[in-house]
Every structure is written in C-alpha cells, then in structure tokens.
Design a protein around this ligand. Structure first.
Ligand code: PDD
Length: 285
C-alpha cells in the first residue's frame, strides 16, 4: 500500500481525500512537479523545487514551504515507500473554496499533495537496448503560458492522445510559423552535422529540468557544439538525430517522425554520447 502526503500528514493512499470544491479539481488551478529518484537520490532536486516555487509565484499561490521543507517531505515520502526507483509527484492547488468562482479567493489554504510511483531502472546508454520513439507532428494548440507547469494539462493530454491513438509515443508541436516548440510531455532536441540544437526558453515551452541539465552537461563535459535557437519543421524532418528529454526518459532517441525514418532509424552516435554523459553527471547539478 503506498503512503502519500496530504496537507501535513502521511497516510495510506486510500485514506487521502479532498473536496470536489478544490480549485485544482474545478479549474486545474495548481502547479505540479515530477522528480525522478533512484535508490533515494533525486535528480535535479533544487531545480525542480525552484521551478515549482516560480510557478506558484506566477499563480500567486502562497504555500509557505521552503526548499528545506520540501526536502524533508520528499525524504519522508521516499523512506515510507521503500526508496527504490521512484517518481516523486508534488502538487499544490490554490485550495478548497465554498463555491465555484473564477477570481482568486482570499484566505484559503493551498492543498498540498505528494505521492510516489515506481519507475524503471536508470536509463542505459546502449544503442541496442534503448527505447526507440516514434512520433507525429501537429500544430501546437495549447495556451500561451506553457512555461508554467500547471496542472491544467488538457491541451497536452489531447496532443498526447493524437499520438497514442495511432500507437505512437509522442506528438511534437510547432507554432504558427512552423517552428518547433516541444512535445506534449517532453522537450525536443535535434542533431545536425554533430551540432546539438534545441529551441530557446520562452512562454511557448516548459523549462524542462532534463533539458537544462543536459545543456549544462554537454557544455561542460563534451566538445559538442550546442545551440539554443529557433528550429524549423524542415530542420526537424531533415535532422540526423531527434531526441526527447524528460525526467522519466532522460535523453530518448526518436527513430521515426510522421512515418519517416530519422538517421538510420536507430539511436545515433551523438545520442549515445549525450545519454552516457547525462548518466555520469546528472547528480552533480
Ligand atoms: N513532463 N515539456 C512538457 C510539456 C512536460 O510536461 C515535461 C515533463 C517536459 C520535460 O520536463 P522535465 O525535464 O522537467 O521532466 C517538457 C512530466 C514529466 C509529466 O508531466 O509527467
């Protein structure tokens, strides 16, 4: 039975209850994080908490927990759930009101929820055994505040479903000028002539922690050229390699976009180097 945290208490998941008047339920009015941990070691913990605090500040939700408080909460949660390979889900909604009204209510306390779920072993840098992702492309029909990690994920869910309905892994998205934004639940990188390229941060993409770690690691520990700049759809289709990054996938190789093979339809040599370095240095940041 998994143990979860809800509003100051640890309890069995079956005992965790919130009101249907919670604004997270009614409006998707909240912020979340997913942090990977292996054998009790979190990847990018401080960066995840910083992004959580920034999201809460953008929504003017005052939850009062410091990084130290989150650290203690997450440690407890991991211990109570066996400290194996766990994804840690943190969720803060604006809280429970007495009625449904759009304006932020005064004087309600946020609902703070955390639970963890088992995840696979740490991804391996191995061309033969690495997962191979097949994706489609679509116009990005989400909102204009994608830098906020909001629990209101219906836009992302609908895009993800476009791929899932075809038996594919991810839907990668393009803005109104056919420039790459991100995937429905991942950031996207391309490689062309050994140059690694990813779109710059903006309101159009989530500032992914894996993206940030990977950029730092490649810049500090490889001789690869790394660029943050707009990436056109034609560049994606003509890329030597395409990668997806996220907390659960780390660096994942795409072998097919819209039914067309990328590179030689196998994880590429630059991917191998990137995932190897990521595995080696991910706890140093
Ligand atoms: N998804 N872009 C979007 C839209 C995402 O939802 C995610 C993560 C990422 C990658 O961010 P990070 O590297 O910080 O995990 C990019 C999470 C894991 C999810 O919603 O489950």
């Amino acid at each position: 039975m998994s143990v979860v945290y809800l509003n100051g208490q640890f309890m069995p998941a079956s005992e965790a209850k919130i009101s249907p008047m919670d604004r997270g339920f009614l409006f998707g009015d909240g912020i979340y994080e997913v942090i990977p941990s292996y054998g009790g070691r979190c990847v990018g913990f401080t960066s995840h908490i910083k992004r959580l605090q920034q999201g809460l500040a953008a929504l003017e939700i005052h939850c009062g927990l410091t990084e130290q408080d989150w650290q203690e909460l997450v440690q407890q949660l991991m211990m109570q759930n066996g400290a194996g390979n766990l994804g840690i889900y943190l969720h803060v909604s604006r809280g429970t009101d007495t009625k449904r009204a759009h304006a932020y209510p005064k004087d309600i306390s946020p609902t703070i929820f955390a639970y963890c779920f088992e995840i696979a072993e740490e991804p391996d840098a191995n061309i033969d055994t690495a997962p191979r992702y097949k994706v489609i492309t679509a116009p990005d029909l989400r909102w204009q505040r994608c830098h906020i990690k909001s629990t209101a994920l219906l836009g992302n869910v609908m895009h993800h479903q476009q791929a899932a309905a075809l038996g594919l892994n991810e839907c990668i998205l393009f803005d109104e000028h056919d420039f790459l934004t991100e995937g429905s639940s991942t950031n996207v990188f391309i490689v062309k002539d050994s140059v690694v390229v990813t779109p710059p941060l903006s309101h159009k993409i989530l500032p992914g922690i894996t993206r940030q770690l990977l950029l730092s690691i490649l810049r500090q520990h490889s001789t690869l050229k790394v660029e943050e700049r707009p990436v056109s759809k034609n560049e994606v289709l003509a890329a030597d390699e395409v990668w997806l990054t996220s907390s659960s996938k780390e660096v994942a190789a795409v072998i097919e976009v819209n039914g067309h093979a990328i590179g030689n339809a196998k994880p590429g040599a630059v991917w191998l180097q990137a995932q190897q370095l990521f595995g080696q240095y991910k706890y140093n940041y």
